[in-house]
Design a binder for this molecule. Structure first.
Ligand code: SF4
Length: 442
């Protein structure tokens, strides 16, 4: 019975500048790292890009958030040239009806139906299963069978930081292959996310990692971060090697990235940084991207202090927030910021995730999400309690709860914020939406 993927034989890592035709850069990277040396002559190949979620009901820039379609298409063509006939392409992205996010919606936005038409590949929404349940060091996870059963899996993440895991590269990218409940289980109340990510990644270990650095994202993993054009490509047969190079390029000391440290421990390896082939030195392209959103003090997001929002207790997000509650955290922050700029909101507390603790000083405490309601529901340190027991709460419910707390919150302020994100990415700084669509047919 298959319940874990095997780690592939290691080879060199490659670091390439993506200049000119993306197919040429990809071919050079794969040649340098001998990435296709173990590609089975027959059998299935599964491409796992990062499709974390583009909303269909808001327009948000994809830069640095999801894998470029240009790279996906280049890889599909290259694999076709190598004689691959059974090709799957999939992920298990964020599902949020209000924002219109789902794996299928993201695939549609990125032009994947056209890739199907051109190349005959099969799209897979890993959220739909089937799954196989495993227990790894006490952690029960349901793993997507299409990944377990593929003969060759390629992880195609973006070169991005992550507000909880510092970096999200080829190993973390495999988390899309978990059942929704297992994704949430990784964000346990004991804050063991890094260990859980390493256990998950060992079970879903890919056979090849290709990190898309056309754009790199600071303060990822979502569009609330800031992207820059980087024109880099990292590839290695071994995903940990690729991630060590990727972390170093991002500007993170690999020894400080806990899930990489844990992965090395699980594999019985050290964290020696591979010297990548391809003619580019890491020191020459290091980006030094911030990964964290700063807080002015224990209760105050830095933008609140800057905008003069007073009287709010909003502890920093922690590793117990899974994607659903992470997705509502920013709208709550934007609504509070917009409604509270230059004002004293007189003791409004916003708590979410599984591990947040009350200030003991709030007039009113909003508990957002079924987990925090369960954890803190009767806690005497809370102010007047407003419970949002959904998993996760709706954006509309966040607005309504803030209003009940006396804050003149407007969900539209968040919509305007989202609409304004595109202004960060002008064409003259190299941001090209065409990278997220299939190219002209050759
Ligand atoms: S309530 Fe929030 S933190 Fe809890 S499982 Fe649901 S989305 Fe995750």
């Amino acid at each position: 019975m298959i319940n874990k993927r095997k780690t592939p034989p290691r080879g060199p890592a490659a670091l390439i500048r993506m200049q000119g035709d993306v197919r040429d850069a990809l071919a050079q990277a794969l040649d340098s790292c001998q990435g296709l040396a173990h590609l089975p002559k027959q059998g299935s190949v599964f491409l796992k890009p990062n499709l974390v979620g583009l909303p269909s009901k808001f327009s948000v820039p994809p830069f640095g958030v999801v894998t470029t379609t240009a790279l996906v298409e280049a890889l599909v063509r290259l694999l076709k040239d190598h004689g691959v006939t059974r090709l799957f392409l999939g992920d298990g992205g964020l599902v949020n009806k209000e924002a219109g996010t789902s794996t299928q919606a993201t695939m549609d936005i990125l032009g994947y139906p056209e890739l199907v038409r051109r190349y005959g590949l099969e799209l897979v929404d890993l959220n739909q299963g089937p799954f196989e349940e495993v227990t790894l060091d006490g952690l029960r996870l349901k793993l997507a069978k299409p990944l377990l059963e593929a003969d060759f899996v390629i992880s195609l993440p973006v070169l991005k930081t992550h507000g909880q895991c510092k970096v999200s590269l080829a190993l973390k990218n495999m988390k899309g292959g978990l059942h929704r409940q297992s994704k949430a289980a990784c964000h346990d109340r004991g804050l063991n996310l890094d260990r859980n990510v390493a256990l998950m990644a060992q079970a879903l270990y890919p056979d090849l990692a290709v990190i898309d650095g056309r754009y790199a994202l600071a303060r990822g993993p979502m569009h609330f971060g800031t992207a820059q054009r980087a024109d880099l490509l990292i590839a290695a047969r071994d995903a940990l090697d690729a991630d060590l190079v990727g972390a170093a390029v991002i500007g993170q000391e690999p020894g400080q990235v806990a899930h990489l440290v844990e992965m090395a421990r699980l594999l019985g390896r050290d964290l020696t940084l591979p010297r990548p082939l391809g003619g580019v030195a890491i020191e020459d392209v290091r980006l030094n991207l911030p990964w964290d959103f700063p807080w002015a003090d224990e209760w105050t997001p830095a933008p609140f202090a800057k905008a003069g929002v007073k009287g709010v207790f909003m502890p920093k997000y922690d590793a117990s927030l899974c994607t659903g509650c992470s997705f509502i955290f920013n709208p709550a922050l934007v609504m509070l910021l917009t409604a509270g700029a230059g004002k004293d909101l007189d003791g409004v507390e916003f708590l979410t995730g599984k591990a947040a603790q009350p200030s003991g000083r709030a007039r009113v405490s909003i508990l957002a999400g079924k987990c925090i309601v369960k954890e803190l529901g009767g806690d005497p340190r809370l102010g007047r309690v407003i419970k949002l027991p959904q998993c996760p709460p709706k954006l509309q419910d966040i607005q309504d709860a803030l209003r009940q707390a006396g804050v003149a919150a407007e969900l539209d302020s968040f919509r305007h914020f989202m609409a304004g994100l595109s202004k960060r990415y002008p064409a003259e700084r190299g941001f090209d939406p065409a990278d997220y669509q299939p190219g002209a047919q050759a």
